[in-house]
Design a protein around this ligand. Structure first.
Ligand SMILES: Cc1cc2nc3c(=O)[nH]c(=O)nc-3n(C[C@H](O)[C@H](O)[C@H](O)COP(=O)(O)OP(=O)(O)OC[C@H]3O[C@@H](n4cnc5c(N)ncnc54)[C@H](O)[C@@H]3O)c2cc1C
Length: 460
């Protein structure tokens, strides 16, 4: 259970962006680090939608954690589910190999991220696909491809139309990217391959957003450009309307409109990991944990929370957004402060280096707001998006594979990963929306948080 050396022991929960960068920083210091994650890989979430839409293979956006820390003797990795944090005993309980055991820490960094938020709408949760994990992305891919297979052989036109209608809820960057990629998958691949059997049935991709504009934090000009580019592609955009009901074969919008569909993708909200509740402090909006500028939890000495789980306001009083550069930089700040404490040096406050935000809409279409000064749209913004996502991917092999795939897709319009993979021979019902989200989900109601309000221009 406890440390066998005299060095201070730091436990990091989560090998996502915050946890990984904290561990990398501490790998250089004279401390023992235990990095715990329920998955054995680090996930590059910005490209999840490309896995869901058959553009990339799952292994191209996931990198094994052990590979990242190979040769770093003071960092150990434990694959397991953290079930409990016990601040009074300075231990965490980890479930691994079917058993739960405690691990003791001197300092704890919690970077367990966030999960999809359905705002208490259980029925929607049951029928929607989330897009937070690799398993969910593969599940959505299976579902899409299976729906077209079913549509091809059905004789009922209404059923065929519903199977080939895809609805994406949430007009933030993830929603836009997903809607754009779904339409391109349909237009350039599925339409051609199913044409003979689908006849007059035309696939539809519909974007639904509650507000009267897309991309909330962007300037009006870029919001409008994003809408035009999305519609120009072929996506139907419905603004100022939310989803109030969902079933297997249709959804109902707030104004009563019924859309017959079997595919509802939910990109409308996230909330902090339920581990936040175990710290026994009063949580903020989105279930996030209030922290000092040093990233230490207010009222919980020796525990630092970083990334999507943390709540810290900037100088204008707005919380830092749930974004990769914030998580990375907060992870580094927490790690450095822990080391400073060990060395009896003063801790430093978090300072966010923000390069701006961008979102892509599909082939040759994007919007970017660089350093919140330069506004780019179209091809130039798209090239900037491609370049930045490629350089921030983990691992040379992944970068090369993704690059080759993108070039291939660009020139051939193909989506090569069109494989229906149902692990363990699962039945259709098991591959249904919500199944994975429900397993992962711990619900809390009523707190609103928009799924990554912005997509930043990431640093390398
Ligand atoms: C589809 C999608 C697209 C996105 N696109 C962008 C983008 O383009 N740009 C951008 O800046 N941001 C984007 N984001 C947001 C970005 O992914 C997050 O802000 C960032 O990952 C937060 O980092 P984190 O370290 O807090 O959490 P994460 O990176 O989510 O890492 C959390 C880790 O904790 C692990 N974990 C959770 N609970 C437990 C537990 N109980 N036990 C063990 N391990 C646990 C998880 O397995 C995971 O590895 C996107 C998010 C999504 C979902």
């Amino acid at each position: 259970m406890s440390t066998t050396t005299q060095r201070p022991r730091v436990i990091i929960i989560g090998a996502g962006f915050g946890g990984l960068y904290a561990a990398r920083r501490l790998a250089k210091e004279d401390v023992d680090v235990l990095l715990v994650d329920r998955q054995n890989f680090h996930l590059f979430s910005p490209l999840l939608y490309q896995v869901a839409t058959s553009g990339l293979d799952p292994s191209e956006i996931a990198y094994p954690v052990r590979g990242i820390f190979r040769g770093k003797d003071n960092v150990r990795f434990l694959m397991g589910e953290v079930e409990r944090i016990n601040p009074d005993r300075k231990t965490i309980d980890v479930r691994t190999n079917g058993e739960t055991h405690p691990e003791a820490y001197d300092y704890l960094i919690v970077a367990a991220g966030s999960q999809t938020h359905y705002f208490g709408m259980d029925q929607v949760q049951q029928h929607a696909f989330g897009l937070k994990t690799l398993a969910e992305a593969v599940s959505l891919r299976n579902h899409l491809l299976t729906s077209f297979e079913k549509a091809a052989w059905s004789k009922d036109d209404d059923y065929r139309q519903a199977l080939t209608t895809m609805v994406v809820v949430g007009g933030g960057p993830t929603g836009l990217e997903t809607a754009g990629a779904l339409y391109e998958l349909y237009e350039h691949v599925l339409r051609q391959e199913y044409e003979q059997q689908l006849g007059d049935i035309t696939g539809r991709v519909i974007m639904v957003e509650l507000q009267d504009h897309l991309l909330d934090p962007y300037p009006a000009k870029l919001q409008e450009a994003a809408r035009r580019q999305l519609e120009g592609l072929g996506v139907e955009v419905i603004l100022g309307n939310g989803v109030k009901e969902a079933a297997d074969d249709h959804i109902v919008l707030s104004d009563g409109t019924v859309i017959r569909t079997h595919t509802l993708v939910w990109a409308a909200g996230v909330k902090a990991s339920p581990l936040a509740e175990m710290l026994d402090v009063e949580l903020q909006r989105g279930g996030r944990v209030p922290v000092e500028p040093t990233m230490e939890v207010i009222g919980r000495p020796d525990i630092y929370v970083v990334g999507d789980m943390s709540y810290l306001e900037d100088k204008n009083g707005s919380p830092y957004p749930m974004l990769i550069p914030v998580a990375k930089q907060q992870g580094i700040t927490a790690a450095r402060n822990i080391f400073n404490r060990i060395e009896d040096q003063p801790e430093k406050a978090f300072r966010y280096r923000d390069r701006g935000i961008m979102a892509t809409i599909g082939r040759r279409r994007a919007v970017a707001w660089i350093y919140y000064r330069i506004q780019l749209t179209g091809y130039l913004a798209w090239l900037a998006w491609l370049f930045l996502h490629l350089v921030t991917l983990m691992g040379f092999r992944n970068r090369l594979n993704v690059f080759v795939n993108w070039v291939w897709n660009y020139f051939t319009y193909d989506r090569s990963v069109r494989i229906i993979l149902k692990p363990g021979g699962v039945t259709d019902s098991e591959a249904q929306p919500g199944s994975i989200a429900m397993k992962n989900g711990h619900r809390s109601e009523g707190v609103e948080e928009t799924l990554q309000e912005t997509v930043p221009i990431s640093e390398q």
